[in-house]
Structures are given as structure tokens and as C-alpha cells.
Ligand binder design. Sequence first.
Ligand code: NAP
Length: 284
Amino acid sequence: MPTRRAFVIGYPVKHSRSPLIHNFWLKKYDIDGSYIKLEVLPEKLGEFLVEMQGHGYCGGNVTLPHKEKVYSACVFTTAMAQKVGAVNTLWLENGHICGDNTDVTGFLANLDAEAPGWDVDCSSAAVIGAGGAARAILVGLAERNIAEVKILNRSADRMQALVEEARNWGFRKVSGRLLDDKPGVLSGEALLVNTTSLGMVGQPRLTIDLGGLRERAVVSDIIYAPLETELLADARARGHRISSGLGMLLHQAAPGFERWFGVRPVVSEELREFIIEDLRRAQS
Ligand SMILES: NC(=O)c1ccc[n+]([C@@H]2O[C@H](COP(=O)([O-])OP(=O)(O)OC[C@H]3O[C@@H](n4cnc5c(N)ncnc54)[C@H](OP(=O)(O)O)[C@@H]3O)[C@@H](O)[C@H]2O)c1
């Protein structure tokens, strides 16, 4: 049995690319470890967390729908996990469950890499969605001192709840509005981020009028299948810089790998190509 064993838990989890990423790095750095995906039903999560050490695991990633429940089960959480109220990376310390949220740093690291200088002169941003990923991205925007944010969402109650919460995160202004495709929904933002599943393979496309964005605005989509959503293709055609979800996925994985296996891995072009190849195979 490998010395260090890690996992990704979720329900469903079969679509997860995390095992491909971590096993790529395990091979690359010649580490005696393993990383597997485990489907854990919501009603079995508590049992899994109690038993994971006995099964020889040192930690793992957490995906939908478990991120908030694992956060509540942690004895120690990082400041980032506390801000988001959810955990996507856990590990054991003296038998205690500890948790971090690396979606925030993954999102920021990717945007820095794909659209360098995006936050220079970015006084206002719009975020589409009001779920867990939107929370993480808003925490990231607060970290970078973006002054104004607008939250656009399909359902009013979830949007309003997130607007109220984000008002405590240091923004100068937080507004919300229902997501629709009418002109004028955007007005002078320098960054637009889609955090909904709209545009993902098998889902309807996201339709939004990009006309109100600033001329040099950056458009980001955290979806990575397809690699370039129709939203990103439209934004590219309008001359905007774009950033896709694959980089976020790769960058959020690195801190967990370092915790479990002791090496800070590099998000290389080789890894990127390896995952793109798998995504293409899955779509063909
Ligand atoms: N690239 C990465 O590393 C990364 C990391 C984390 C998440 N993600 C992706 O981000 C997406 C969202 O994750 P999450 O954790 O935020 O999920 P979530 O908490 O379930 O939130 C889903 C969001 O999408 C909206 N939505 C879903 N279906 C919609 C539809 N048909 N029309 C309009 N809005 C719709 C929901 O709106 P309502 O509030 O109206 O329901 C909500 O705002 C997922 O696709 C996930 O794979 C990517």
C-alpha cells in the first residue's frame, strides 16, 4: 500500500479530474502515494470522516455537496475557509480534521497567470451566480480590494442573501440583480466572472449582453468543460481578455498536494495539455 493516500470525495464524483492531476504530480515527483475518487453519499459523510484515518488516508479534496458539512466537521480551519464557510481541501493533524479553501487562491492565481494586471485599475466587477463558487470568488475579489461588485443570479433569495453577506467583506458597494439577457445588465465593470453551471457541456448556454463592460474588461468562466464556453468565445470576439476554468482547477489543487505529499507542485504546460487531452477524449 502507498505510504501517503489521499482522495476526492463528492456525490456524484465520477466527473472529477482531480485524480488525473494528483496522479500526474505523484509520478512527476516520484512520490510513494496515491489519490483516488470516492463517491460518498451525503448521509454517509459523517461515517466517512470518522473512519478515514483508519483507512489510511492523510487527507483529500472535497467537492459538491459536502464542502459546507466538512467545514462544520473541522477542528481547525484556515482564515480563507472561514471567510468562505466551506472546505475543499482537508488533512489530518494529530487525528484532527483540518480544512482549507483553495478555490479562492486557485481563482486568483489563474487570473493572474492568464490576464496579468487584471486588478490594476479594476474598480468594479460582476459575478454571475450566488452559490459556493460565487462566495469563494467574491472573497478573492475582496482580498484584491476591488471596490464595487454586482451579483447577478437566477433566484432572488440566494442573490439577496449573498449581497447582504458580502457587504461585510470590505467592498465599498455591493449590489444585486436578477440574471437576464436584457441590454444594460452590465455597466462599466472591468471584470465579469461566470460561476454558474450555465455553458457547461450538456447545460444551456449563458446569455448575457456584454455591451456594458469596459472596453478592456476581462471575462472569466470557471467552467472547464468545454475549455472555452460560448460566453468566453463571445467575449474573445469582442476583444476582451478571457480566462477559463481549467487553470483554476489546476491551481486550486497545488496547495492540497503539498499538504499531503510534501512537495509544492508546478502547474505546468505539460499538466495542462494532459488534462486537455482527457477533456477532449470525454467530449468526442
Ligand atoms: N474551475 C474550478 O476549479 C471550479 C471550482 C469550483 C466550482 N466550479 C464549478 O462552478 C459551478 C458552480 O459551483 P457551485 O459550487 O457554486 O454550485 P452551487 O452552489 O450549486 O451554485 C450553483 C449556481 O449556479 C446557478 N445555476 C445553476 N443552474 C442554473 C440555470 N439553469 N440557470 C441559471 N442559473 C443556474 C445557481 O442559481 P440559483 O441560485 O438560482 O439556483 C447558483 O447561483 C459548477 O459548475 C462547478 O463545477 C469550478
